[in-house]
Design a protein around this ligand. Structure first.
Ligand code: SF4
Length: 388
């Protein structure tokens, strides 16, 4: 299998050597510090930030606001832009694209582009794959990018394909924000002009890579100009992470991957519940000071016969009421994956579950599956393609 037309080993070698001192991911004082030896004035750093985060240049040679001599000196010292690179693209019949994006050591993560956000469009049909350089047609007015925070994941949710990988490594802040930059570049999208939402719901548990994740958020909300109000992070319920998050000045909206009405059912599908019970998670969530009109989202993946009965819906209502948290529930019909021993819920059970929540005053929405045919839907991200 090849990636982007080149054998994988070539990419690994080239990137391993080329990314010794990546600049993408640094800004402000971090950038001044990294480039200290050149004694750059503040305006030169700002020019570099514009080139890195607005123009998304691939090489230092493209920072045309800098004199050629300076570009050459910085490159000769071993610095590289280090913008993560899309090495493979899978395109769904519904417009969703799933990418394999190579980080600093050439290892790939998955990132998903969903034009028209979660609203979705008709069609779940043909899919195809290309080397990542196909032309994109701009036929969307808003879009959501689903971003990964780790390669693999240690949380081991039983319904999730990513869990099968185990944890391989954490991503750096540059690799997390870089996924967004690579996708924006491919789609010729510009925050500010285009309505771009980010969901940190790809591979990994963001709160188990907390510092890098939050550094990426600051970078995205800062020089990359994506408002924090358009970002949502989903956690499986890592209580210390939620408590730290509650102290942040700049932070995305919070979603809790709940998936069960009580600890007993949750333990069976999310072993993390043995460490932090639902009640402990709720206590932590209550510490997060909400902005005006902000609500906590509870994600609820419906698994046929496991957590999709009406009595489960009633329990969820009681749970949300007891927690006294402004909340909404996002229902997701489980997406099948090879080797995962669950069944999809019946469409009428999903509808009944939603109705039951709504009639008791809990706002509930059914998320339409996106890119199911290319394994881009929720819980389906695994390095399929080049290495899978
Ligand atoms: S659902 Fe999220 S937290 Fe759970 S195993 Fe998958 S990637 Fe990790």
């Amino acid at each position: 299998m090849t990636t982007g037309g080149k054998p994988l080993t070539t990419i690994l070698d080239a990137r391993g050597a080329a990314s010794e001192r990546p600049l993408f991911g640094l800004w402000n004082e971090e950038l001044s510090e990294a480039l200290q030896e050149f004694g750059l004035l503040r305006y030169r750093i700002r020019q570099l930030e514009t080139a890195l985060y607005r123009q998304k240049v691939a090489e230092i040679g493209e920072v045309t606001t800098w004199p050629r001599e300076l570009r050459e000196k910085v490159a000769a010292a071993g610095f590289r832009v280090g913008l993560p690179e899309i090495v493979e693209t899978f395109r769904s019949g519904d417009g969703t694209e799933r990418y394999l994006i190579a980080g600093n050591d050439g290892q790939t993560v998955e990132t998903v582009w969903m034009p028209e956000g979660d609203g979705g469009e008709e069609g779940d049909s043909a899919s195809n794959s290309d080397g990542g350089d196909a032309e994109s047609k701009k036929n969307w007015s808003r879009a959501t990018i689903c971003v990964s925070s780790q390669i693999g994941c240690a949380v081991n949710c039983q319904f999730c394909l990513t869990a099968k990988l185990g944890i391989i490594r954490n991503l750096t802040a540059g690799e997390i924000a870089g996924q967004v930059a690579a996708v924006l570049k491919r789609q010729e999208a510009e925050p500010g002009r285009d309505r771009i939402n980010l969901v940190f719901m790809g591979m990994g548990e963001p709160f188990l890579n907390y510092d890098a994740f939050m550094a990426a958020v600051r970078l995205l909300a800062g020089p990359m100009e994506i408002p924090e109000s358009r970002m949502t992070v989903s956690t499986s319920g890592i209580v210390p992470g939620i408590l730290r998050f509650a102290q942040e000045k700049v932070r995305p909206k919070l979603a809790i991957s709940l998936n069960a009405p009580n600890d007993e059912v949750r333990e069976g599908i999310m072993p993390v519940t043995r460490k932090w019970s639902i009640a402990e998670v709720m206590d932590a969530v209550r510490q997060v000071p909400l902005r005006q009109r902000e609500r906590i989202t509870f994600e609820y993946v419906l698994l046929g016969g496991v957590n999709d009965r009406l009595e489960h819906a009633d329990e969820v209502v009681r749970l949300v009421r007891r927690a006294q948290i402004p909340a909404k529930v996002n229902l997701i019909a489980w997406n099948p994956g090879p080797g995962i021993p669950f069944t999809m819920p019946q469409a009428e059970d999903v509808a009944r579950f939603q109705e039951r929540l709504r009639e008791q005053g809990v706002p509930a929405f059914v998320r339409r599956p996106r890119g199911r045919d290319i394994y881009a839907a929720c819980g389906q991200l695994k390095k399929t393609g080049s290495q899978g």
